[in-house]
Design a protein around this ligand. Sequence first.
Ligand code: ZN
Length: 417
Amino acid sequence: MSILLKHVLLEGEETSVYIEDNLITEIGPAREADVVIEGEGKACIPGLINAHTHAAMTLFRSYADDMNLQEWLEGRIWPLEAKLTAEDVYWGTKLACLEMIKGGTTTFNDMYFCMEEAARAVLDMGMRAFLSYGVIDLFDEERAERELKATENILRFVSGLKSSRLSAALGPHAIYTVSRGTLESIVGMAVDEGLKVHFHLAETEKELKQSEEMYGKGPARALDDMGFLGPWLVAAHCVWLTQSDVRLLGERGVSAVHNPTSNMKLAVGRAFPFEAMKAAGVNAALGTDGASSNNNLDMFEAMKLASLLQKFYTGQPTSLRAEDALHMATRGGADALGIPAGTVEEGRLADVALLDLRRPEMVPLFNLNSNVVYSANASVVDTVICDGKVLMKGRRVKGEMEIIRRAQKVAEDVVSR
Ligand SMILES: [Zn+2]
């Protein structure tokens, strides 16, 4: 199957993008194709990559806001999560996929539980995803064994599906919820099987203190002693790090995922050290985090807030420029996950989005990157293609109304249990 995106705006030039199977195979003059999508008045950008989220948490959107982290987690979220069924996770993940597709996101890096159902939802929706079971052993050996078993189950399940869009990853939650033994087992699996490790690192000052109490040093140094830092690591947050911690991440080839909205909403008290990361050669990606700490999965908003937060925090309006934000949301995410996506070039995966340039907030068009990062939001996305398949055209996604209806019902049911 071939698709032609005819006469789109790509990096300032009008051109056509030819897709064959799941790859971009040609950029240049228009030619015949099985499907022709008229691209006049539309910009072609790489599909956005949400490098850190907990997709099914869409079900808890607006259920508990404006609360302290501990109160929120222990008082509201954990009791609800304890009641979640596999079916709930399926519909929550579908709702997340629908929202992400409508916002131009083609790939996401997910950490949650009942991941077999998340895998089914992603397969049905046509997106690309990395799925990890969130391992929390709370320093209990029996629990650690159960959690590693659940991890092995999802690895086996995903590889059995043999989908080019689905990858399993390892998901130890954080240094304060997972024991040293389990972290070491997980990194062993990552190295042996060539898997990515999805992790929360240095999110809060409290985590820093806990790590100092447990290991006599901050989380980056403590994890390095365990051999945990390496190119397999996709570390969300990375806020409470020293300059030398950041250099260590750079030396080890770790990717860091900034989640500006979640960091601000939960008032973590610092900002992602973007300039230090850049200087240390750390690959930086961007994420939304789960919908209950955001509350949406809009990567356009994440790009804007990443840039504004950085400028505000450093006092430098020149820091984290529009092109940096766009890079983090595209190529940075692709490099973190190790996939040939995140740019619109011949030979890359056919994961792209078309933006409607006739929307009022996109006019005039002096600088596309500026309009995309500072002016656009998810609703400027018109068409989304993932793995060479059209997932949205003219803002319509197949089965959309049913997903909205079922997710609403499931969410109401969960809170009434
Ligand atoms: Zn998270």
